[in-house]
Design a protein around this ligand. Structure first.
Ligand SMILES: N[C@H](CCC[C@H](N)C(=O)O)C(=O)O
Length: 293
């Protein structure tokens, strides 16, 4: 059995996209991690799965899996690619698409130039909403002060459907993203692990950002990470509320807008790379695993 898929990316955050509206596939953690392998499989940061709606008020169900096989609540760059994918496969002819994710409903609006605007919902900042258990961690105003493997760290927390820690740095190029990102991602204060953003505020309407993503490691770009960083910057008075903020990542820039009490709006590009087919049983067999069925 061969399955069709499409390779896409949002600012270099790369995805394998599979249509399970017109195809059938049992997705197991073993198969997902093999597909994610950049030598044994296709290779991706996240797998995006398009499924039929489970409720009458949405167009699709949108499932997201990190390259480590973990299913997650939200993926901002993936949401933009999701919209362009369902249009390209003629699964939808709408310009505004409503999708259900593990963490709620997203509205995706496409223009005629390949850019997509996503209503990412309202950010949440309370520890229980992250989830974050800051016992014995010093909190000064909205910042949490903790020691990470001998490095004092001041971090902010936000939930954009998925959990984020945001650290303000003087220069993203000298930030120890690998060491601190890895240690904080699996820090016991984050029971569901966490994405870790390193934000440099250039001015009131421009940040530079690197993100060590939960379940992946550092990626070229992170949509929910950009939203979490901008919302944190506005909440702390470093960025202008209600204005279009440029979030510059390695892979390029996203435009983020937020006012407290409202949804975070994210706009950015998408890219198709190639289309292909794969054999689930063949990939499992090459790894010495039994076929799916
Ligand atoms: N690694 C994230 C999911 C993907 C987020 C990112 N690729 C984006 O564009 O938002 C998590 O475990 O919550």
């Amino acid at each position: 059995m061969l399955m069709e898929f499409t390779k896409m990316h949002g600012l270099g955050n790369d995805f394998m996209v599979i249509d399970l509206v017109t195809q059938r596939l049992e997705l197991t953690p073993e198969l997902i991690t093999l597909l994610a392998d950049r030598n044994l499989g296709i290779g991706f940061d996240q797998l995006l799965v398009v499924e039929p709606p489970m409720r009458p008020d949405v167009d699709f169900r949108y499932r997201i899996f990190n390259s480590d096989g973990s299913e997650v609540e939200q993926c901002g760059n993936g949401a933009r690619c999701f919209a362009r994918f369902v249009q390209a496969r003629k699964l939808s002819f709408k310009q505004r698409i409503r999708v259900e994710t593990k963490s709620g409903i997203l509205t995706l609006s496409t223009d005629n130039y390949g850019w997509v605007e996503v209503d990412m919902g309202k950010p949440r900042f309370e520890p229980a909403e992250i989830p974050f258990t800051p016992k014995a961690i010093t909190k000064i105003q909205n910042a949490y002060h903790l020691d990470v493997e001998g490095t004092p760290v001041q971090l902010y927390v936000a939930n954009m459907g998925n959990p984020h820690a945001v650290i303000k740095v003087d220069d993203i190029l000298t930030a120890d993203v690998e060491k601190l990102g890895k240690a904080i991602e699996s820090h016991p204060a984050f029971p569901e692990r966490v994405n870790v953003g390193f934000m440099q505020v250039m001015n009131q309407r421009h940040i530079r950002l690197r993100v060590y993503e939960r379940g992946v490691g550092e990626t070229q770009a992170c949509g929910t990470g950009a939203c979490a960083a901008v919302a944190t910057g506005i909440r702390e008075g470093w960025l202008d509320e209600g204005e279009e903020i440029r979030a510059q990542l390695y892979g390029g820039s996203l435009l983020i807008r937020w006012s407290p009490g409202y949804s975070v709006m994210m706009t950015g590009p998408t890219a198709f790379v190639y289309e292909g087919v794969f054999s689930p049983d063949g990939i499992m067999a090459q790894a010495g695993l039994k076929p799916l069925s």
